[in-house]
Design a protein around this ligand. Structure first.
Ligand code: HEM
Ligand SMILES: *[C@@H]1O[C@H](CO)[C@@H](O)[C@H](O)[C@H]1NC(C)=O
Ligand SMILES: *[C@@H]1O[C@H](CO)[C@@H](O)[C@H](O)[C@H]1NC(C)=O
Ligand SMILES: *[C@@H]1O[C@H](CO)[C@@H](O)[C@H](O)[C@H]1NC(C)=O
Ligand SMILES: *[C@@H]1O[C@H](CO)[C@@H](O)[C@H](O)[C@H]1NC(C)=O
Ligand SMILES: CC(=O)N[C@H]1CO[C@H](CO)[C@@H](O)[C@@H]1O
Length: 324
């Protein structure tokens, strides 16, 4: 009897704690310290997306890059200093942008609650809110808050941790495993490529000189390859193409449909078909409902990677520079 009661108490407590605390993050962390924080982020994000429809893709990708280097700690936002070259300057061919939108949100939040809300949380919330606003979706993924900001941002760590579009399956799997994410997360989160653009130089090797013999990647659909060649000359570093052809303006599961048809843009997309388990996940995610459900869960896991919480790190005053 007594044991049963104890067990009940334990079960209730662990479900309450487990539900609200994921890696030290929780729902509406700023409810008391800055009650309007999440509203302000949503409002300023929406204003910025209204002016710049490309922003949701930029912010989603920026959040991903943040989480993969030292965890989701806002380190991707830091500028280089006199002595260090920052993450944002590391990725010459992977043009990140949207920093000004984050700065605008931070400024508004600071004017209401100085020194309370982290840049890492602002980025995580803004990535979600931008997609919600642009694609008019009520439920996308839940963003828990309570992240704190890191004080270190290094070019070398970005190069080592951010997956390359030229990677094979083994390498991608390892990149994700290093962040505590599994093959399921890899396939699901690659679905982020349902929106946005890629630069030619991230895939022209597949079109013109795949193995150094002037050949084409045999795993790429030839008609799609011909289309890509019409857009991208061999050394083009400027032109961009949709990653989800004909559907890059819609947040949907079409990415998996084109992927199955050998029209994944990068080698890293095509690589998802080279592993039996990953491939079967691709098959499942063609179904829109399954994709939305799984994307929400994997985004929540990605948003909790190696987060700083409690008294770790700091709350930056400005997102591009650590506090002095
Ligand atoms: C699996 C490993 C991944 C690789 C190798 C990869 C690689 C790339 C590359 C090369 C680009 C094009 C950048 C450019 O040329 O400007 C890109 C764009 C993008 N990626 Fe990924 N990515 C990966 C995973 C993810 C994940 C997990 C997300 C988010 C959940 C994501 C979201 C995006 C978005 C939204 C864009 C479009 C950005 C824009 O329009 O400016 N990617 N990715
Ligand atoms: C920080 O870097 C961004 C580009 O990443 C740049 O636009 C901005 O001007 C820089 N801010 C300062 C104060 O140097
Ligand atoms: C995958 O790529 C890595 C280098 O990134 C290489 O060492 C490995 O041999 C490749 N694996 C396969 C199966 O091609
Ligand atoms: C293709 O790659 C090989 C080996 O890297 C190189 O020798 C050759 O010049 C390249 N061909 C073209 C057309 O770029
Ligand atoms: C995009 O639409 C055009 C016109 O309908 C079509 O010819 C093309 O094959 C489509 N692209 C892909 C990759 O399916
Ligand atoms: C893979 C690739 O295209 N890398 C290039 C990135 O850009 C720098 C210069 O900005 C080139 O030197 C690299 O070859």
């Amino acid at each position: 009897m007594k044991l049963n009661v104890l067990l009940m108490v334990f079960l209730v407590l662990s479900s309450v704690l487990g539900g609200s605390l994921a890696g030290g993050l929780r729902k509406n962390f700023y409810r008391v310290t800055c009650p309007r924080a999440e509203d302000i982020v949503r409002e300023v994000t929406s204003e910025n997306v209204a002016k710049n429809p490309a922003l949701p893709a930029k912010l989603l990708r920026m959040h991903f890059h943040d989480c993969f280097v030292r965890g989701c700690d806002g380190s991707v936002l830091l500028n280089s200093t006199a002595t260090t070259t920052a993450e944002k300057d590391a990725i010459p061919n992977q043009t990140l942008s949207g920093f000004d939108a984050i700065d605008a949100i931070k400024e508004k939040v600071e004017s209401e609650c100085p020194g309370v809300v982290s840049c890492a949380d602002i980025l995580a919330l803004a990535a979600r809110d931008s997609i919600r606003y642009k694609y008019n979706k009520k439920d996308v993924w839940e963003v828990l808050t309570g992240r704190r900001d890191g004080r270190v941002s290094l070019l070398t760590e970005a190069l080592a941790n951010i997956p390359s579009p030229f990677s094979n399956f083994t390498r991608l799997k390892q990149n994700f495993a290093n962040k505590g994410l599994n093959v399921h997360d890899l396939v699901v989160l690659s679905g982020g490529h349902t929106i946005g653009l890629g630069h030619c130089n991230a895939f022209t090797n597949r079109l013109y000189n795949f193995t150094g013999k002037g050949d084409q990647d045999p795993s790429l659909d030839p008609i799609y390859a011909a289309f890509l060649k019409s857009k991208c000359a061999p050394n083009d570093r400027v032109t961009t193409v949709e990653m989800d052809p004909n559907s890059s303006l819609i947040f949907d599961s079409n990415y998996y449909k084109i992927l199955k048809a050998n029209k994944g843009l990068f080698q890293s997309d095509a690589a998802l078909l080279t592993n039996r388990i990953a491939r079967s996940t691709v098959e499942q995610l063609v179904h829109q409902y399954a994709f939305f459900k799984e994307f929400a869960q994997s985004m929540k896991r990605m948003g909790a990677v190696e987060v700083l919480t409690g008294t770790a790190g700091e709350i930056r005053k400005k997102c591009w520079v650590v506090n002095s």
